[in-house]
Every structure is written in structure tokens, then in C-alpha cells.
Design a protein around this ligand. Structure first.
Ligand code: AMP
Ligand code: MG
Length: 398
């Protein structure tokens, strides 16, 4: 059976990169930059004061010396004249430094009387002056393609005059649930029915991974029904179905995918939860058949679909951070498959600690609700209290 790493390698080698579009700068928040950004401006554009005070020539300043205040310059204005020997110009934060001046003395550090100031201490050259280009030089490459744009990058783009930004298109991801037993949201489950969970967890996971979900609803466990829905996903860039991918006689997803024209590249990965999973290509678009149990569907999405969506969306890094934490209780993983066990993290006096989120069955969605991470545990192992666990971190640390 394939390892998780082998399966992921197969998947990542076969997913295409999305094309690009231009969006308004604020709309670029959370999107992925598609082209390098080279600055066409010096930031700041001219030397300016970082304090309210007096622009001076550093060489004129000594303790007790008096300077004549010969002018005034505010932010948004221009100096009417320069600073000559023995002179100072009143200046405000953000105002351009007058010619001749090379330092600013903050107003708290002078005695002002009439049109003179007396200094309490000498000023150093360049003190309280923000130099031209000290933040960004014209011609400098300031952002790389593949960067996830956060508030700071949005500010930088605006500073450099970009009202529009080239970003990767979000992959449109069709989500299909399969199963005769499923009652969708809005219908009360009848006898023998259970509520459809996976459509909603998977669409939410798609959004969190930067994709655009499309709800294909629920298909009954019939080849033609599933095949029809698969064909209906023609507008999507990706198809993710859940359930019906195991070995039972009602597990028809693989055959339905093949009938709809998909080529399947893998089936079954050595992991728990989540062994039955298939991945293939349908007219060069990636398709997944994930297992049906709600935790299995979420964990296999996390390990196989999310990295692929990030890669398609232009991101350079596709993996979550991994952290180490001490087991605060024994963590058993019986059986021959690697475990991905749901844990809660807590700060302890000896660093990070982890404990299981309770019952770990693949149908116990609450084990996922409380999870800060997935502990990766080798087969046939009981990790004893105090031993180190490797954890895929799913959320910000508490
Ligand atoms: P299957 O792989 O089709 O045998 O499904 C495995 C288990 O997952 C069964 O108990 C199904 O009832 C359950 N299941 C399948 N799809 C969903 C879904 N969309 N929401 C909640 N449970 C599901
Ligand atoms: Mg089923």
C-alpha cells in the first residue's frame, strides 16, 4: 500500500497551476501574488523628519548654543529656504528636510524663546531624519510571486501605486457527496438516514485553502447517478467526492469516475483514518474520491487535497507547520497503518504538551472540532506519557 508521502508526491506532480487575474488591491488580501513586484518609487521619496522639532546643521550644535529660527515647514509643505550656519527651521513629522540641514532636534530637547532656540545637547548627523529610499529603493524587487498577500503586503502595494494586483485564480472545487443514506441540510433525516456532513466540512476546507467551492449535492449509490454528477462538474477546476470508494458492492465512485472518462492514479494509502482514497485526472483536472466517514474525509482532505489546492493557487509552500509536543497522556496507535490522531495543544512549564481530543473513531467529528493538530504516530505504537509527538499544526496555538 502507498505511503502518505508517495501518494502526495503523485498528486503534486499532476496538479496544474491556475492562471492569473487582476484584482483591486484590497481584493488581493488572502490571494497569491502571480508576478514579481519591482518598485518604481523611492520610499520615502525625500529625506524627512521623524519628529516635531527643528531642522539644523549637526556641526553647528553644541550644548548651550543658540540658533536663529528662520522658517517653518509642515508635512505636505515645502521649505521656503535652506538652513544656513547658526540657523534652524521649525519642522514637523513627515515634512521634507530643508536644504543644508542634516539633523533634527526634537522640540522637547530645546528651550525656545522668541525666534531663537537654545540646545541642551549636540545633535548627531542624521538624527531623526528618515533618508530617501531607506524603506524601498526604486528598482528593488520587493515581492516575489507565490507570496500570500496579507495586510502588510497590501499596504506596500498601495505605497508603490498599485491599484490593481495580478494574482492567481482561485481553483473552483466541485464537492460531491454520495450515499443512499444521506439527508441534505434542510431535510429532516428520515428512518435509516443520516445528515450530510461532508459536503459542508469539505466546502469549508476548500474556502480555507483559498478555493471556491461548488456544491454538487448528494448522489445516490448508483453508477449513472454518480457519473451524471461527475459530468456536471465540467466547469470546475477540481472535483472532490466523498464516500463510496471502499471495497463494498455499493462503493461505485471509482467505476463512475472511470466511466466519466477519468484516469485513476492511485487507490488506498496506509494511514488511519482514511485508507480508501483515490486520485485521478479527468480531462487534466484533478479528481479525488475521499472516504465517507467525516473524520476520514477531513483528514484526507487536509493531507492530500489542501496541499494540491495551495500548489494550484500559486503558493510556494504547501505544508502546514510541524511542531513537537510532549504527550500529556499515553497515545496508542494499534494496527499496521500510520495514525493521524487529533490532539489539543497546551502550553506547559516544559514547553508544548498534547492530549488526545477524546474518542478517535473516524465517525467522531467532535474529535476534529477540538483539534489543534494531528499527531503523526507510527504503526503498532503506544507513545508513552512524556515522550515527544510530532504534530501537524492545524490552528494558531492556544
Ligand atoms: P462509505 O465509504 O460510503 O461506506 O461511507 C463510510 C461511512 O461514512 C458510512 O457510515 C456513511 O454513512 C458515512 N458517510 C458517507 N458520506 C457521508 C456524508 N456526506 N456525511 C456524513 N457521513 C457520511
Ligand atoms: Mg456509502
Amino acid at each position: 500500500m502507498l505511503t502518505v508521502e508517495q501518494a502526495l508526491e503523485t498528486i503534486l506532480s499532476r496538479v496544474p497551476r491556475m492562471g492569473t487575474e487582476r484584482v483591486d488591491v484590497l481584493g488581493a488580501l488572502g490571494r497569491v501574488l502571480a508576478e514579481p513586484v519591482v518598485s518604481r518609487r523611492e520610499i520615502p521619496p525625500w529625506p524627512n523628519s521623524s519628529m516635531d522639532g527643528y531642522a539644523v546643521r549637526a556641526e553647528d550644535t553644541r550644548r548651550g548654543v543658540a540658533l536663529a529660527v528662520v522658517g517653518r515647514v509642515e508635512a505636505g509643505g515645502l521649505p521656503a529656504r535652506g538652513v544656513g550656519r547658526g540657523e534652524a527651521i521649525r519642522i514637523f513629522t513627515g515634512a521634507p528636510l530643508p536644504p543644508g540641514a542634516d539633523a533634527v532636534v526634537p522640540q522637547e530637547e530645546v528651550e525656545a524663546s522668541g525666534d531663537h532656540i537654545a540646545l541642551r545637547a549636540p545633535a548627531e548627523r542624521a538624527a531623526y531624519v528618515r533618508q530617501r529610499g531607506e524603506d524601498v529603493r526604486a528598482g528593488a524587487r520587493v515581492l516575489e510571486p507565490g507570496t500570500l498577500l496579507t495586510a502588510a503586503e497590501i499596504g506596500l502595494l498601495a505605497t508603490l501605486g498599485h491599484g490593481q494586483v495580478p494574482v492567481h485564480r482561485r481553483p473552483r472545487v466541485a464537492i460531491l457527496s454520495t450515499g443512499n443514506e444521506l439527508a441534505d441540510l434542510g431535510t429532516e433525516p428520515g428512518p435509516g438516514q443520516i445528515p450530510n456532513t461532508n459536503t459542508y466540512t469539505l466546502m469549508a476546507q476548500v474556502l480555507e485553502a483559498g478555493g471556491d467551492p461548488i456544491n454538487l449535492g448528494v448522489a445516490r449509490d448508483r453508477l449513472d447517478a454518480i457519473e451524471d454528477r461527475v459530468r456536471a462538474a465540467r466547469d470546475a477546476d477540481v472535483l472532490v467526492s466523498s464516500a463510496g470508494v471502499s471495497v463494498g458492492e455499493l462503493d461505485l465512485v471509482r467505476e463512475a469516475l472511470t466511466r466519466a472518462g477519468a484516469e485513476l492514479h492511485l487507490w488506498q494509502v496506509s494511514m488511519r483514518p482514511g485508507k480508501p482514497i483515490t486520485f485521478g485526472s479527468l480531462a487534466s483536472r484533478p479528481v479525488w474520491g475521499l472516504p465517507g466517514n467525516p473524520v476520514s474525509a477531513m483528514v484526507t482532505f487536509e493531507l492530500f487535497v489542501r496541499p494540491a489546492l495551495l500548489k494550484m493557487g500559486g503558493r510556494r509552500r504547501h505544508t502546514r507547520p510541524r511542531v513537537r509536543a510532549r504527550a500529556l497522556e499515553a497515545v496508542p496507535n494499534p494496527g499496521s497503518r500510520r495514525g493521524y490522531l487529533r490532539v489539543q495543544l497546551e502550553a506547559t512549564v516544559d514547553g508544548l504538551g498534547a492530549r488526545l481530543t477524546g474518542e478517535q473513531g473516524s465517525a467522531i467529528l467532535r474529535s476534529m472540532v477540538a483539534a489543534d493538530g494531528l499527531a503523526v504516530v507510527p504503526p503498532d505504537t503506544v507513545v508513552p506519557i512524556g515522550a515527544e509527538l510530532e504534530i501537524i499544526q492545524l490552528r494558531d496555538l492556544p
